[in-house]
Design a protein around this ligand. Structure first.
Ligand code: HEM
Length: 410
């Protein structure tokens, strides 16, 4: 791996980053070896089995399978996806009031083993639900909403599909930015202002494309369904009042364990951009984001770490008196701030507004929307970030991004 004093040019080669797809897992497998059919039989029916309150009993009846016949990386990823989705369904099948204290060993033991081999936590992560959970309907067709489908789903119908696939398209939009990171680093190392400026311009464009992709969320996801139905299935068992002791993984450890739920805070993209541009996050928010790196594929976490060891881009921009470079840096930071501001909007539309509506409508009417929104897990309303209020957290992360802007040259 690269380090600060490495002489070799910085490259993405050793970090499991694909030229075409960035952090997205290329061509995820859609099937496991036949021995694992009992897992897939259940995993492919999660929404329906949760709906009929039968997922837990189906999982309880699954045989305890050995994980040793899983060999390739993509097999392990599909196994982790299937086992993590089953785990979320198992824990949250009955909502926030009837959770379980223990995951049965036929699920927890293989889940733990697969997690250990991948270096993933034993819970649903962004790397599962988004990066490894897609398939093209027509393999030769485009990588777009119409031609993509999920491999494994959760309760919430089309909105679940929309939520995971739009997030996948945000990852895709970031690929040119990711590819330009080594160009920036190598340009700084050899003092080439033109190359660095051009690469930063490409990164700005790519961040703009990410924001545009994020806008699709309002087309494909219904806030009432997201808030009232699916969000609970992304929730973890750390700092969660519904599961104050965490979750016991039977046959793995005798003490319960705590893990955070799935979130795009676990996407490696913004962590890479922050390290490249020199954004640092302090306080509770900063430690939450640092902790989220343990929920990423280890090679991607290593990339973030190695970017952070490179000579400072921001100091380079300050030292060179180059207008184009100054402006390119300024533009890039501004685009990242704008993306975070837009994301705050999204969170407001998908969490804050439905939460307020739920409080307002509670006990008023029996319409299905009211019922769904008002039955949403109240303990999750304002949380998700290790205790701090969501909006305060997101705004401070956005403002810390603004803080690195340099005074613009003429
Ligand atoms: C309906 C859509 C979305 C909702 C409701 C949502 C909600 C949230 C929430 C509540 C947080 C706070 C941390 C946490 O609770 O885990 C968060 C953080 C974050 N989200 Fe989203 N999110 C959505 C979509 C996305 C997408 C598509 C991306 C793009 C990859 C994204 C990127 C991030 C990032 C990077 C953070 C960490 C804070 C930061 O670095 O600014 N989110 N999100």
């Amino acid at each position: 791996m690269a380090s600060a004093d490495s002489k070799a040019p910085f490259s993405l080669d050793s970090y499991y980053v694909s030229e075409e797809l960035g952090f997205i897992l290329p061509e995820p497998l859609v099937e496991l070896p036949p021995y694992y059919q009992p897992w897939m039989d259940v995993a492919l029916r999660i929404p329906e089995l949760v709906h009929s309150h039968k997922l837990r009993s189906h999982i309880n009846k699954m045989p305890l399978l050995s994980s040793e016949f899983l060999q390739k990386h993509r097999e392990l990823r599909l196994a982790h996806l299937a086992l993590s989705m089953m785990t979320m369904g198992y824990v949250w099948q009955e909502g926030e009031n009837n959770t379980v204290e223990m995951l049965p060993c036929n699920l927890s033991v293989p889940f733990w083993e697969v997690s250990q081999r991948l270096g993933f936590p034993p819970i649903l992560t962004h790397a599962d639900g988004v990066l490894a959970n897609w398939k093209k309907k027509d393999p030769k067709g485009p990588f777009d909403m119409e031609n993509l489908e999920l491999l494994v789903s959760l309760p919430g119908g089309e909105s679940v599909r929309g939520f995971f696939l739009v997030t996948l398209l945000v990852e895709l939009a970031a690929v040119p930015a990711l590819r330009s990171i080594p160009t920036v680093i190598n340009g700084v190392r050899c003092g080439d202002t033109e190359i660095v400026a051009r690469a930063l311009e490409d990164i700005s464009q790519s961040i703009q494309d990410m924001t545009d992709a994020l806008k699709l969320m309002q087309v494909y996801v219904d806030p009432a369904v997201f808030y009232g139905k699916m969000r609970i299935y992304l929730s973890g068992w750390k700092d969660n009042p519904c599961m104050p002791n965490g979750l016991m993984y039977e046959g793995v450890q005798t003490e319960p364990m705590e893990y955070s739920g799935g979130s795009a805070a676990q996407s490696s993209l913004l962590h890479c951009f922050d390290e490249l541009l020199g954004v640092s996050h302090e306080g509770n928010g900063g430690s939450f984001l640092t902790r989220m790196r343990d929920y990423m594929p280890p090679a991607h976490k290593q990339l973030i770490q190695d970017i952070s060891l490179q000579p400072s881009l921001r100091s380079f921009v300050q030292q060179q008196t180059c207008d184009r470079l100054n402006q390119a840096f300024h533009h890039c930071v501004t685009k990242l701030v704008a993306m975070r501001s837009y994301h705050i909007n999204v969170v407001s539309r998908f969490i804050t507004v439905p939460a307020a509506r739920a409080r307002q409508l509670c006990n008023q009417s029996q319409s299905s929307e009211v019922e769904m929104v008002s039955r949403a897990p109240t303990a999750l309303e304002e949380r998700g970030t290790g205790g701090s209020d969501i909006m305060t957290f997101l705004k401070s992360v956005r403002d810390e991004t603004k803080d690195i802007l340099l005074p613009e040259t003429s």
